[in-house]
Design a protein around this ligand. Structure first.
Ligand code: ADP
Ligand code: ZN
Length: 612
């Protein structure tokens, strides 16, 4: 029997287990059930793939994401694993072939959709096979209140009775306690060993920046930090998705729109290009997400603030599944505060639900306005304690300044009061700065005592104060719903001079560090090799009809640049290169490296084009 370590090295090409992988694999190998909670990118797949290869029989992986099964099977096949899937996308003929292969013990890992698995035909089929284990992926789909709920997941508990003695392993990245209990109860996994990993995604750099000509900010960000990278840009509305994608195209980026109002075929095409090509930017509403398993998404940008920390964390979590440095950047402004507050207040839901939404929104606003480490409150929100500031968020990298805004706040609040608590922020700012426009004349506001008392302060600065006062709850929206502002109860001590208020000074530049760093850091002189290797990967991917990351991930490519292996032996030492990939793809990559080294040695004298 091959050991887990042997398979890790030879099949998957990795030298060491990560985190709790080894303990989980041992548990399943011993025939015990397990529940695994690990963040996205934590390495859940190996926890069932390796035991499936070691234990006698076929490992059955239950997954709700039919669209991903082909990629998962392609990835395993590229590693020399005998894998297949059964779902509704297969033709009858093809499904029949898979069933025959299964009966002849020619498959080690089988992906099945839950609906399919529970059909009598499939139950009969499996009863004629030796089964190594059941892996229930995305196990949070059992939770009725979750947005990924799948009816069929509720019936999966029957597996324990149908196939006694076969270990079951449930996996998810969703870790709140309610969901966890629901998984154990619904799947009848009460005796399962529990492996609960942390929530943190240390490779993601969290940044939240004040909106100030957001498109230009986006452009600077892409140009200085993410040239040629794949990423997602989230917008709140379909219109904004379309216009932002178009604008990015005009700026020379390969940007594609994606939202629920688009024709299915075009949507699928855009998603497919995103997966298959190296540097596509998807501009999308939140309709884009579930089932995006691309490991090398290098950035997620939010052009508008999400409505809760849950949503923010899930959306930003699509970056950097491969563990390499990635950026999550959110542009946030007064209009986000106003819009999101309006959406909650105007929602038709009942009072209790509205209050919960309000609290979720407040937590999100708190995260946007915090002047200290962002990762600490983020993780605390999910019940995890990070003792030290993270060092990898904008506030840690460049701590924002705060200032005593007591007097400025009093000016704003009294101006809101004197104008009758019904105007929006722009008018308040105009009055404070002593503007001479029609609206001011119409209402006689030039005669107010607050007219012009803030003339020396810029419009942006006033907007920042009003935004923070609204986010902190001193100002609230009026009932009319036109964005008018009124004072809340909280204002009293501040207006009476019994409370001082520190606010953060907005940072209007996009980069937290003086010299922007590339996400994949490479020396200037290594870039030609990097690009040549990427081109080689793309060529092989197209040839085999799979996405580039199935050939080799970015982490592997980066090691190739660093170590420049020159033969099969050296190549096998690179992380992500197992026996099969070495044989299949090794020669092509070795040739690229060799040509490059020659080129380097002989300089321009060698005319050969190694860039493929
Ligand atoms: P999850 O399903 O938890 O989101 P995956 O199983 O897709 O995560 O793994 C994420 C990435 O980490 C993949 O690129 C995978 O190949 C890599 N990986 C997993 N385990 C290891 C390991 N022990 N050493 C190096 N890389 C690993
Ligand atoms: Zn931090």
């Amino acid at each position: 029997m091959k050991t887990a370590k042997h398979i890790l090295e030879h099949t998957f090409g990795y030298s060491d287990f990560r985190g709790q992988q080894e303990a989980i694999i041992e548990t399943v190998l011993a025939g015990q059930d397990a529940m695994v909670i690990m963040p996205t990118g934590g390495g859940k797949s190996l926890c069932y793939q390796i035991p499936a290869l070691i234990r006698d029989g076929v490992g059955i992986v239950i997954s709700p994401l039919i669209a991903l099964m082909k990629d998962q099977v392609d990835a395993l096949t590229a590693q020399g694993v005998r894998a297949a899937y059964l779902n509704s996308s297969l033709s009858a003929q093809h499904a029949h072939e898979v069933e025959q292969a299964l009966l002849q013990s020619q498959i080690d890992i089988l992906y099945v959709a839950p609906e399919r698995l529970l059909q009598q035909r499939c139950i009969d089929l499996l009863s004629r096979c030796k089964i190594a284990l059941f892996a229930i992926d995305e196990a949070h789909c059992v939770a009725r209140w979750g947005h990924d709920f799948r009816e069929h997941y509720l019936h999966l508990h029957v597996l324990g009775g149908f196939y006694p003695g076969v270990p079951r392993i449930a996996l998810t990245a969703t870790a709140d306690e309610q969901t966890r209990d629901e998984i154990l109860a619904s799947l009848k996994l009460e005796h399962a060993q529990r492996f609960i990993g942390g929530f943190d995604r240390p490779n993601i750099q969290y940044r939240i920046q004040q909106k100030n000509k957001a498109r230009q900010q986006l452009l600077r960000f892409l140009e200085s930090e993410h040239e040629g990278d794949a990423g997602i840009v989230y917008c709140l509305s379909r219109d904004k998705v379309e216009s932002t994608a178009l604008w990015l195209q005009e700026q020379g980026f390969e940007a594609l729109p994606y939202h629920a109002g688009m024709n299915n075929a075009i949507r699928a095409k855009h998603q497919n290009r995103f997966l298959r090509e190296d540097s596509i930017i998807i501009v999308a509403t939140i309709a884009f997400g579930m089932g995006i398993d691309k490991p090398d998404v290098r950035f997620v940008v939010h052009m508008d603030m999400p409505k809760s920390i849950e949503a923010y964390y899930q959306e930003t979590g699509r970056a950097g599944r491969d563990g390499l440095p990635s950026t999550a950047l959110l542009f946030y402004g007064l209009e986000d505060v106003v819009r999101q507050r309006q959406m909650v207040e105007q929602s038709q839901a009942n009072e209790m639900y509205r209050r919960q939404e309000q609290q979720r929104l407040n937590a999100m606003l708190g995260l946007c306005e915090v002047a200290a480490c962002r990762r600490q409150p983020l993780l605390r929100y999910f019940g995890e304690n990070l003792p030290e500031p993270c060092g990898n968020c904008d506030n840690c990298i460049a701590p924002p300044q705060t200032w005593d805004a007591t007097e400025a706040s009093q000016k704003v609040l009294s101006c809101v009061y004197r104008t009758g608590q019904r105007f929006g922020s722009q008018h308040i700012i105009d009055v404070l700065r002593g503007a001479a426009n029609e609206k001011i004349k119409q209402f006689g506001h030039q005669r107010l005592s607050t007219y012009g008392i803030g003339a020396g302060v810029s419009e942006n600065e006033w907007r920042s104060v009003i935004r923070q006062l609204t986010a902190l709850g001193f100002l609230q929206l009026t009932q009319e719903g036109y964005g008018g502002l009124e004072l809340s109860e909280l204002c009293r001590p501040l207006l009476r001079g019994e409370q001082a208020l520190e606010l953060r000074r907005d940072q209007l530049t996009s980069k937290p560090n003086k010299t922007p760093k590339k996400v994949i850091e490479l020396a200037e002189e290594d870039l030609p090799l990097w690009h040549a290797l990427r081109a080689c990967r793309k060529r092989l991917a197209d040839h085999h009809g799979v996405p580039p990351y199935i050939i080799f991930g970015d982490a592997t490519l980066k090691e190739l640049v660093e170590y420049r292996p020159q033969n099969a032996q050296e190549l096998l030492r690179i992380n992500g290169v197992g026996d099969t990939k070495q044989e299949k793809y090794g020669p092509a990559f070795l040739e690229v490296i060799q040509n490059y080294l020659l080129q380097e040695e002989y300089g321009g004298a060698l005319e050969e084009d190694y860039s493929l």
